[in-house]
Write a protein that binds this ligand. Structure first.
Ligand code: SAM
Length: 342
């Protein structure tokens, strides 16, 4: 059988793939086609990005998120500039050349502070890529961070449906603003990442189709999808987790549509399936892993969902083990910056 061509990945095909009774042979071929295409574009290289969780203080109150402002059981922290730069230093000595600063929307982390953190990192590590994942900002701030040296930004749209968005977020947040940020990021020249959780409460297959339509329109350089995982002390704590199987199918679908996009095998996948999740993600067409390089105390406190993997192979401490585990499955952990090659 010939591999499916990108243009034939239409919505009817995607619905067939997402059907829970889809034939195993069809799903096997989907993953094989997606992986073959990934090999053509990236070879067996898997880019490592060091993830630093710079703060778990957040003004937002997303119903699914463990660090939502309403969760009073969280012990809140904000890393100092020195702690952030020192995490980059440790990761840089281990060979990493790509750092992702992620955090809640912390009012104390003003645009001035973010800008100066980015400047410090880019002046000490001019050979490394800086990605921000710090929520929504106005156009001017997005421009300033870019000028300071950030070249990539991750901001999942979460869902493209207005009604679904409202069921996941309080009314003080708006899908309109999130999409405005994404369009500004693209216009400002960032390699822009977006995506959604799979299996959030009230999500329908129709919502996922809308999400993919939005991705086709935005043409992001990075796409992050991972299963929803319930978090203690949140309104969604009793909802079931999203499906690993469905997430893997969607990774393959997205790979076929976006051959060159950087797509991570996410921590959420490794959390729900600690033994096979990461490799299954790579076999489905992912080409990025994001080991945690935050100080260990911060990793414990940045609990977006229950049992979040942040140690061992999911962290800088386990980087050699991660490289070995990838090698056993025929992958090469690459310390290349891994810029989007359009
Ligand atoms: N505040 C920034 C933002 O909104 O993009 C970055 C931090 S936010 C915690 C990072 C991502 O975590 C979100 O985009 C969301 O998709 C994911 N996330 C939050 N809670 C989750 C959960 N319970 N299960 C799976 N992923 C979750």
């Amino acid at each position: 059988m010939r591999p499916r061509h990108q243009s034939s990945v239409d919505n009817d095909f995607i619905l067939k793939i997402l059907d829970k009774d889809a034939p195993r042979a069809l799903i096997g071929k989907l993953h094989a086609d997606a992986r073959r295409l990934t090999d053509e574009v990236f070879g067996r290289d898997v880019y490592a990005r060091g993830l630093i969780e710079i703060t778990n203080v957040c003004r937002n109150n997303c119903l699914y998120c463990g660090i939502r402002s309403g969760n009073t059981s969280v012990s809140r922290y904000t890393l100092s500039t020195e702690q952030i730069v020192s995490s980059c230093r440790t990761a840089h000595s281990a060979g990493l050349r790509s750092f992702v600063l992620q955090g809640g929307e912390n009012p104390a982390l003003t645009a001035d502070r973010i800008e100066s953190i980015v400047r410090e990192i880019s002046s000490e590590f001019p050979d490394s890529a800086i990605t921000l994942s710090l929520g929504e900002w106005d156009d001017n701030d997005i421009q300033r961070f870019r000028e300071a040296g950030a070249t990539r930004y991750l901001l999942r749209h979460e869902t493209r449906s207005e009604t679904h968005y409202l069921r996941l977020h309080p009314e003080s947040m708006s899908l309109h603003n999130r999409i405005r940020c994404l369009r500004t990021l693209k216009r400002t020249g960032y390699q822009t990442g977006t995506g959604m959780m799979i299996g959030t409460p009230f999500q329908t297959l129709g919502n996922i189709i809308e999400d993919i339509d939005f991705l086709r329109e935005l043409q992001p350089e990075m796409i992050g999808i991972g299963p929803f995982i319930p978090a203690d002390n949140t309104p969604f704590s009793t909802f079931p987790a999203g499906s690993v199987e469905l997430t893997l199918r969607l990774i393959s679908v997205l790979r076929l549509i976006f051959p060159k996009a950087n797509i991570p095998a996410t921590t959420a996948l490794a959390t729900l399936d600690p033994t096979r999740g990461r490799i299954a993600g790579l076999n489905a067409g992912a080409n990025v892993v994001m080991p945690n390089i935050s100080p260990p105390d911060a990793r414990n406190a940045y609990r977006l969902y229950d049992n979040k993997a942040a140690f061992g192979l999911e962290s800088i401490d386990g980087i050699d083990g991660l490289a070995r585990s990838l090698a056993e499955s025929g992958f090469n952990l690459s310390f290349d910056r891994g810029d989007y090659r359009g």
